[in-house]
Design a protein around this ligand. Structure first.
Ligand SMILES: [Zn+2]
Ligand SMILES: [Zn+2]
Length: 117
């Protein structure tokens, strides 16, 4: 089971939904072999499916606290900078509680339990 959390800014409409387990994936070797042998074909393992192959990594959603850009960081290819503005002020969306909102820069995020899948 995965639990989501909704982080809502206290002073503007900025809202980010975070899932506690990110986006686990495995590499589909069958499909990778047919097409381009060097490309890794990612298959996301969504709940409640049991993945056909062992989980290889996790694409974890991050938010840039400078430009409000949301993007995923692959655990197998970690990065410490925003894909848009290249700043290092990025954070796992699960840890947004109490952080200053990058949109209005005055409110801070407050977490609430969201959906369960
Ligand atoms: Zn805000
Ligand atoms: Zn950024």
């Amino acid at each position: 089971m995965a639990q989501s959390k909704i982080f809502q800014c206290a002073s503007c409409e900025n809202c980010v939904e975070a899932w506690d387990d990110g986006n686990p994936y495995y590499i589909d070797l069958t499909r990778s072999r047919q097409g381009m042998p060097r490309s890794r074909c990612k298959v996301y393992a969504y709940h409640p499916e049991i993945p056909a192959q062992p989980i290889e990594g996790n694409d974890v959603p991050h938010l840039c606290l400078d430009c409000n850009h949301e993007f995923r960081v692959d655990s197998e290819r970690p990065r410490e900078t925003c894909t848009k503005c290249r700043n290092r002020n990025i954070i796992d969306t699960c840890r947004l509680e109490g952080r200053t909102c990058p949109k209005c820069r005055s409110g801070s995020f407050e977490g609430q339990p969201g959906a369960i899948s």
